[in-house]
Design a protein around this ligand. Structure first.
Ligand code: FAD
Ligand code: DHB
Length: 383
């Protein structure tokens, strides 16, 4: 098999790139380890920056997003039993965020790919890639490409195929994780609530007018068996209680534990291989940046590939890694900052709590601090 761009992974990064290339008349083949059903059922991100929604609309896959996505103009930070609203749009030049599940983004993109009759091979795990020669190896075959897009997530094979010593890694593991639930109950909030509490962080989010998505700080190795539904609701009530606020319980449809880490691989380009999204970098979820960064990477890569195929020039491909890494590190900092401000460090004492309270008070009372949070949260136009 031969193609212009071999795309490893059908997550948001790989599927969006495939769509952008299709619109530019560039040929691609997508290879995905899992089944279509598995990819469409994986519950993850829910907050899309305006830059992400604009791109999906421009790419002609924004129809359902337009109808079902919920636009939010603010979030709240809660501490000491009180909620403080950050008016994102007022502080960030009118920009907003859209609540629309990553699962829905993936479904829309897969549907568009299949409707165009273009190649996407599910249940085809890539075993290795040759970055110098542009070869993707999978069971029973090889795909020869001008360029390989490594969009295979943090545990993928693209980065793992690179020779040791050819890249530099930056990493932090956090001593906590998130226990996330999807509940079949109308959200008890109009906007997201990030709650600091001495028992640990909690996040109230949503997916639709009838589905709530809630998270609790837990140990990274927490056993789900320790968390029957009653205990989850009790803990959510305790950590998010405010005067006049009620949290409605409901049937839990799904629950899972996610560890938290920061990770960056430099550079993001190796010969013919371009890493994009979680394959190149991971952020802790507190800033809601992972999916948005993945989309930014592939937009940059698509523009560079258009230049290459239209004019033969490779200046944008050569600039790809440096360009992406500037935004990656901004988001790494923002995500680390949100995470450390809101999570209780294990073994943390009154000193840690006092520092966090002081920071939260400052962020919610200083216009400059709140603006900094808002413009990072909705997504910076330029980095
Ligand atoms: P992935 O989604 O990981 O996709 C990689 C694909 O490659 C997968 O389909 C995988 O099966 C496939 N693959 C792996 N190995 C191979 C192989 N060998 N061969 C072929 N295919 C392979 N981000 C946000 O922006 N906002 C949020 O609100 C947010 N919340 C989050 C909440 C949680 C609980 C979690 C876990 C994450 C959250 N994120 C959020 C992060 C976001 O989900 C990820 O950053 C995003 O999925 C990255 O997309 P990707 O396409 O790079 O990687
Ligand atoms: C959601 C996930 C996040 O990581 C976040 O910061 C906000 C919301 C969500 O899944 O809804």
């Amino acid at each position: 098999m031969r193609t212009q761009v071999g795309i490893v992974g059908a997550g948001p990064a790989g599927l969006t790139l495939a769509r952008l290339l299709e619109l530019a008349g560039i040929e691609s083949v997508v290879l995905e380890a899992r089944s279509r059903e598995y990819c469409e059922a994986r519950i993850r991100a829910g907050v899309l920056e305006q830059g992400t929604t604009d791109l999906l609309r421009e790419a002609g896959v924004g129809g359902r997003l337009e109808r079902e996505g919920i636009v939010h103009h603010g979030i709240s930070l809660q501490f000491d039993g009180e909620r403080h609203r950050i008016p994102l749009s007022d502080l960030a030049g009118g920009r907003s965020i859209v609540i629309y599940g990553q699962t829905e983004v993936v479904k829309d993109l897969i549907e568009a790919r299949l409707a165009s009759g273009l190649p996407i091979h599910f249940e085809t795990p890539v075993e290795a890639v040759d970055a110098a020669r542009g070869i993707v190896r999978f069971e029973g075959g090889e795909l020869e490409c001008d360029v390989i897009a490594g969009c295979d997530g943090f545990h993928g094979v693209c980065r793992a195929s690179l020779p040791a010593g050819s890249f530099r890694e930056f990493e932090r593991e956090y001593p906590y994780g998130w226990l996330g639930i999807l509940a079949d109950v109308a959200p008890s909030i109009d906007e997201l609530v990030y709650a600091h509490h001495e028992r640990g962080f909690a996040l109230l989010s949503l997916r639709s007018p009838t589905r709530s998505r809630y998270y609790l700080q837990c140990r990274p190795d927490e056993e789900l068996s320790e968390w029957p539904d009653d205990r989850i609701w009790e803990e959510l009530h305790r950590r998010t209680a405010v005067d006049g606020g009620t949290l409605h319980d409901g049937p839990v449809l799904e629950k899972g534990v996610t560890g938290m880490r920061s990770y960056v691989c430099e550079p993001m380009r190796h010969g013919r291989l371009f890493l994009a999204g979680d394959a190149a970098h991971i952020v802790p979820p507190t800033g809601a940046k992972g999916l948005n960064l993945a989309i930014h990477d592939v937009r940059t890569l698509a523009e560079a590939l258009v230049q290459r195929y239209e004019s033969g020039a490779e200046s944008l491909l050569d600039a790809y890694s440096d360009h992406c890494l500037r935004r990656v590190w901004r988001c790494e900092h923002f995500s680390w900052w949100m995470t450390t401000m809101l999570h209780l460090p294990p073994g943390g004492d009154a000193f840690d709590l006092r520092l966090q309270h002081s920071q939260l008070r400052y962020v919610t009372t200083s216009a400059a601090q709140a603006s900094a949070l808002a413009e990072n949260y909705v997504g910076l136009a330029e980095v």
